[in-house]
Design a protein around this ligand. Structure first.
Ligand SMILES: C[S@@+](CC[C@H](N)C(=O)[O-])C[C@H]1O[C@@H](n2cnc3c(N)ncnc32)[C@H](O)[C@@H]1O
Length: 309
């Protein structure tokens, strides 16, 4: 991996050839099998030119880091549906959850948008909501402030501690537990009017099992909300290269390409678990206005709303 960069066989002028060759086996397969059917390739071409300005050295670093991440055993140390490497990443930033300019700045910035999205389809007042992978409670507190009875769970102990302390300080009532979704669902089947599982599916080894746990914990007729990142060349360039390495909107290594999830995969898992998908929408960032908006295509970040049968 990374060997073809600058080794004489593929010169710097043609770094993009080696970039494409070097990404990794899975990405290359994905590019050739799936991504070439992107309806408007022109939409990601401008980013290639932005990336082009970065040095070849930078591109090698990105690919090497991705390769290292991809090369890590995903499940060898896990007995349940979590990855200690992923949890460690979030633990290391636990003190920064409520820093609006810190590593979770993006989550703070998109929070009003996603709260509005949830409330558009599911009025929160007096409803019981389980927020899975709640982190420091950015979304959980927002939902509680809109009148929901919220339980937040996360497997990163220090994030849960931070969430509890912040809620107490802000005088917002949220119950937080360091617990996994599967245990919560087994202990409280059908107990919740809504489940939110935002920005988590792409961090667990078995996302389908997590969707299953969400369905199990949800009451019939209840709503499930998921948000995650699509898997294709455009999302690799925008959500990983662009957001982590060029614009530095989120910490490097936050996302691993192979763990990203295509909408068709998510829809299939939902259907298999009795969750009827009602709506999908994209989340887009405009670097010129520095603003986010919901709507449009789902080829990078996207949200999904389902109802349990
Ligand atoms: C990107 S953050 C999203 C936080 C929150 N959902 C939001 O959107 O504001 C992912 C969170 O999922 C947590 N997490 C990772 N794996 C988990 C698992 N298997 N079960 C529960 N939480 C998990 C991490 O500790 C982290 O707090």
């Amino acid at each position: 991996m990374g060997g073809q960069f600058g080794n004489g066989k593929v010169g710097f002028k043609h770094w993009w050839v080696s970039f494409l060759l070097d990404i990794n086996y899975v990405a290359v397969c994905d590019i050739f099998k799936k991504t070439l059917h992107i309806p408007r390739p022109s939409s990601w071409i401008p980013l290639i030119f932005v990336v082009r300005k970065k040095s070849t050295e930078n591109m090698r670093k990105i690919c090497e880091e991705q390769s290292l991440l991809l090369g890590k055993p995903q499940m060898s140390q896990t007995t349940h549906n979590f990855d200690p490497t992923e949890l460690a990443k979030f633990e290391s930033h636990a003190d920064e959850w409520w820093n609006p300019n810190g590593p979770f700045q993006t989550l703070h910035e998109i929070n009003p948008l996603r709260l509005n999205y949830i409330e558009k389809y599911f009025p929160l007042k007096e409803q019981s909501v389980l927020d899975i992978g709640c982190g420091g409670g950015i979304l959980a507190e927002g939902m509680a402030q809109r009148g929901a009875h919220v339980i937040g769970i996360d497997l990163a102990e220090s994030s849960i501690e931070k969430a509890r302390r912040h809620a107490a300080k802000a005088n917002v009532t949220v119950e937080y537990f360091c617990k996994d979704a599967e245990s919560m669902a087994n202990e409280n089947p059908g107990a919740f009017d809504a489940i939110t599982c935002l920005e988590l599916l792409e961090h667990v080894p078995y996302p389908q099992e997590l969707v299953n746990a969400c369905s199990k914990a949800l009451a019939p007729g209840g709503s499930a909300f998921f948000s995650t990142i699509n898997r294709n060349l455009k999302s690799f360039l925008f959500a990983i290269v662009g957001a982590e390495y060029i614009l530095k909107m989120i910490p490097k290594g936050t996302h691993e390409y192979v763990k990203l999830i295509k909408p068709a995969e998510l829809i299939g898992w939902c259907r298999a678990d009795g969750l009827e998908v009602q709506h999908l929408t994209g989340l887009h960032f405009n670097p010129l206005t520095q603003r986010y908006r919901l709507g449009g295509k789902v080829n990078v970040n996207y949200f999904c709303w389902c109802i349990k049968k």
